[in-house]
Design a protein around this ligand. Structure first.
Ligand SMILES: [Zn+2]
Length: 311
């Protein structure tokens, strides 16, 4: 089962049917994301609806550097934080009285504020950072294709998890810390080569050149932010589906589990939750109600953009 992706140009012209298909295709995984963080079912539905309306409003400036799914999850995360903030301001549902399995606002915010946290839109706006994301993505893809999953996990642990060399070699049963340093050294060498191909003028190269020491240097932070914020190692939904179905070969399966469980990627966990109970958890009446109001909203957008043109 491939993961359907919408035609962005159709979305940008407020094409009803394309947007309806977006809601059908993505509602479940957004509900799963929100469901891990908000315990009130009415509030969950409100947040998911706001996400789709926010997606319609923002689609004109969609950045093709991201996948459409990343775009939606980014909005979903912000709306979830907004909701938890408002709730906290009203003094309800602080982390003590909400059900114990749900992370509170503080957990999500802390994740954002750590150095390795999700990169802000402002940071990614620079062209160098965009190129860096592309280069890291290319490296992940070629490493996956080569079947070098241990190497991929080691680099993921360092760049995504911010692990130290000494924790990393123990986790992967490597000889010692220098084995980790060696993997990192070779990866950075390869990344520099890939960067040079895309960017012969060399704006990216300094970033990668200095990212060699133990610990996190200022420049290495850029690499970590690009890795995490660009979600360069997130497996496509298809692979998560195969993991659940049990027909993913052992080596990639080990990586996908590592990414889900040890890196704790929240977007991939939402996909995993959604795929895990595909049949019938998305309340159809909710989807229908939401679609009706989205259509109204889309029509109002079309009318207002036509009015703009008339002026
Ligand atoms: Zn992920």
């Amino acid at each position: 089962m491939g993961d359907w992706t919408p035609d962005i140009e159709r979305l940008q012209t407020y094409h009803d049917e394309e947007w309806m298909q977006v809601e059908r295709a993505y509602c479940g995984r957004l509900m799963a994301y929100v469901g891990r963080r908000i315990d009130d079912s009415q509030a969950r539905e409100d947040v998911v609806q706001e996400v789709f309306l926010g997606a319609v409003r923002g689609i004109g400036s969609f950045d093709p550097m991201y996948t459409f799914e990343q775009y939606l999850f980014g909005i979903c995360r912000n709306r979830t934080i907004d909701h938890l903030r408002r709730r906290k301001a009203r003094g309800v549902g602080t982390s003590q009285d909400s059900s114990e399995s749900l992370p509170g606002l503080d957990d999500i915010m802390t994740e954002e504020e750590t150095p390795s946290g999700v990169v802000s839109e402002r940071d990614l706006a620079s062209q160098g950072q965009e190129l860096l994301v592309e280069v890291l993505r290319e490296w992940v893809q070629e490493t996956w294709q080569l079947g070098e999953f241990t190497r991929l996990m080691v680099i993921e642990a360092l760049f995504h998890g911010g692990w130290r060399n000494r924790d990393t070699w123990k986790r992967f049963g490597l000889r010692d810390e220098t084995a980790v340093a060696g993997i990192k050294f070779r990866a950075l060498k390869r990344l520099r080569l890939l960067a040079n191909r895309r960017d012969p003028s060399g704006t990216l190269v300094p970033k990668l050149a200095e990212a060699t020491g133990e610990g996190i240097s200022h420049l290495e932070l850029g690499v970590m932010q690009a890795w995490k914020g660009g979600r360069v190692s997130c497996p496509a939904r298809y692979w998560v589906a195969r993991l659940i179905a049990g027909n993913l070969p052992e080596e990639p399966a080990v990586f996908v589990r590592f990414h889900l469980d040890e890196m704790g990627c929240d977007f991939c966990q939402a996909n995993h939750d959604d795929l895990g109970h595909m049949e019938g958890t998305v309340e159809d009446p909710f989807l229908e109600r939401m679609q009706a109001s989205t259509v109204d909203f889309l029509r109002s957008q079309v009318v207002s953009s036509e009015e703009d043109r008339d002026e």
